[in-house]
Write a protein that binds this ligand. Structure first.
Ligand code: CA
Length: 609
């Protein structure tokens, strides 16, 4: 053996040691993603790990010292009018984020100093009318040396992680067809999986898989059947078509995919949540006189689907809201866990649903295990044991006469992030536990392409009696809360009076902590076991808050999140987000920032050095 060969081995071994010492992942490949979150130093995929637990094993910050958290640095995101819903990613000492109009940035995780910034230059005038619910993005994916970014105008771009240069670009959907891209793509078996938003416009929902190295589409799964006069794209859609009536395909049908997704590599299943039926009232979407409409569940609206990553073939589905008429998207975060239920180990998938029930399903088969209301619920009397099918209150089947129903149309839990701590066995999520909305069918509804097509009579005054409520007893004045939920017993363990269905969310750690970002701009830490508040700070951004993450660099644990809306800029240059807003006019409204907190910080000078 030559000296040179020894030297090469030495270099390789040295490199491995260096990687271990700094706990950095050299290449973000399928194996690295499978172990994402295990070390805790980096944040490689949207939910921290493929199971989407948002549980970090880091414990430098604990219940004993969390009150010493201080702002380490802040990076100005630019003020372009929209909330910060994205989960940042952390890899190789760098934080990657995406902000309004899909502007992507990379900053030093130690200092917040900008490394690069990329603006996809979205045609804002053309796209803005197609954005139902805020100029937002929910996150990105990392694969090999690429950042994979969803562009709100329907493009999907892979960027070189070192430089921000485009490696490939593909087209998922077109805004002129009323689709936008807002969700965080996920990686499964070398494929990028992503769906498109647009349910309020009445579109046909779908999600796609793309080759992560080339951007070439591998498959598409439409979530609702198309014109039955044409061949169905797959057997699952043929089955689904029998659950529809009338000429639904002319109005899209809905079931868009825009948020929750998880991946179990051992079971070889991708889990996907689908959105509301479109238009909202089933009588407008899938019409026909009863009994023609009976047993018309409108598959696969408001469903959780399990598909194979290689082909997109469906393995099982569970539909929390058959024949949805209430905008009860089932797109909320999907989290995988292994629980012991009735003495048996179960591989489960969990969701705190917009419809007010917390669901626990067997993730191998989709079988319903349990479901209980965590909020005030009046649309249903409960769930059928064994099947989980809702027992819908007859009053909730509204027509032209308005009825007030709970939860409201924003939902009991929507897009705020949830976390599962295996040490406490609890799930932490924020909720609107006491909110109602009025529902009445718009008698003059006509489908208009390019417009919102919810089909509701707005401003209708309820004339029908409120159905009876189930769920936890009301506590005076509490509408938005943080819940610590036991998924085994389906009971609330503790609650804190700060939260809401949308914005912010939670992160939990081995330091026995729950970190919460509150929609009003506060950053709070609690004891994960008993809910005792241990730290609270107002960021002064007050709105548009995103979810918290944690990471470790140079031996220090940080907690970071984005927040702030700012205002739409007046100049074109700022509108493209090409430079951070630092002018006095834009800082008058709290300018959006990426914040990073660390123990005993003595550097609060801000990020743009
Ligand atoms: Ca919706």
């Amino acid at each position: 053996m030559s000296v040179r060969r020894f030297a090469v081995i030495g270099v390789i071994a040295g490199g491995l040691l260096a990687c271990l010492a700094s706990a950095q992942t050299p290449v973000v490949d399928d194996a690295a993603l499978r172990h994402a979150g295990a070390g805790g130093a980096e944040w490689l995929t949207n939910g921290l790990d493929l199971a989407e637990t948002r549980y970090s094993p880091l414990k430098h910050i604990t219940t004993a010292n969390v009150d010493r958290l201080r702002l380490g640095w802040a990076y100005e995101l630019a003020s372009s009018g929209g909330g910060q819903l994205a989960t940042p990613l952390v890899w190789n000492g760098t934080i990657y984020g995406i902000t309004n109009w899909s502007v992507v940035f990379a900053v030093d995780a130690r200092t917040g100093k900008e490394r690069w910034r990329w603006d996809p230059e979205v045609n804002q005038t053309a796209v803005r009318p197609k954005v139902c619910c805020g100029v937002v993005n929910r996150g990105m994916a990392l694969y090999k040396n690429m950042i994979i970014a969803p562009i709100i105008d329907g493009r999907l771009d892979a960027l070189d992680a070192d430089t921000g240069k485009v490696v490939w670009e593909t087209r998922v959907a077109f805004p002129q067809d009323d689709y936008t891209l807002t969700m965080a793509p996920r990686i499964a078996k070398g494929k990028v999986v992503i769906g498109a938003s647009g349910g309020e416009y009445a579109v046909r929902g779908f999600f796609d898989a793309y080759d992560a190295m080339t951007g070439r589409r591998a498959w598409r799964f439409y979530t609702v059947p198309g014109d039955p006069g044409k061949p169905f794209e797959n057997p699952a859609l043929k089955k689904a078509a029998a659950t529809w009536s009338g000429d639904w395909w002319k109005r899209g049908g809905g079931a868009t995919v825009w948020d929750g997704m998880a991946y179990d590599p051992e079971l070889d299943l991708i889990y996907v949540g689908t959105g509301n039926g479109a238009p909202w009232p089933q009588s407008l979407r899938s019409p026909g006189a009863k009994p023609e409409r009976e047993n018309k569940d409108n598959l696969y609206v408001c469903s959780i689907l399990a598909v194979r990553p290689d082909t997109g073939a469906m393995v099982w589905y569970f539909q929390p809201v058959p024949g949805d008429s209430w905008d009860f998207d089932s797109t909320q975060q999907l989290t995988l866990a292994n629980l012991t239920i009735n003495g048996k180990p179960r591989k489960v998938i969990m969701q705190a649903s917009k419809n007010g029930f917390f669901y626990v399903l067997d993730r191998l088969t989709g079988a319903f295990i349990s479901g209980q209301p965590f909020a005030r619920v009046t649309w249903a009397k409960g769930l059928e044991p064994g099947t989980g099918r809702p027992i819908v209150n007859p009053e909730a089947e509204y027509g032209r006469d308005a009825v007030e129903l709970f939860p409201n149309q924003v939902g009991a839990h929507a897009s705020s992030t949830m976390s599962f701590n295996p040490n406490t066995g609890l799930v932490y999520f924020t909720a609107t536990i006491d909110g109602g909305s009025n529902y009445a069918v718009n008698p003059d509804f006509t489908y208009q392409p390019g417009r919102h097509n919810e089909g509701l009579a707005r401003g209708a005054t309820p004339t029908r009696p409120r159905p009876p409520a189930i769920g936890p007893p009301a506590v005076d004045g509490q509408r938005t809360v943080l819940l610590a939920w036991d998924p085994v017993t389906q009971t609330e363990r503790w609650r804190a009076p700060a939260g809401g269905a949308r914005f912010g969310g939670t992160l939990t750690t081995a330091g026995n902590l729950v970190f919460q970002v509150v929609p009003d701009g506060r950053f709070i830490a609690y004891d994960a076991g008993n809910g005792k508040k241990l730290f609270e700070l107002q960021t002064e951004t007050h709105t548009g808050m995103g979810p918290p993450i944690t990471y470790l660099v140079d031996g220090k644990q940080y907690v970071a999140f984005m927040g702030g809306v700012g205002q739409p800029p007046t100049s074109t240059a700022a509108g493209r987000g090409s430079s951070p807003a630092t002018s006095p006019s834009s800082t008058a409204v709290s300018s959006p920032k990426l914040f990073s907190f660390v123990l005993d910080s003595n550097n609060a000078s801000g990020g743009r050095e």
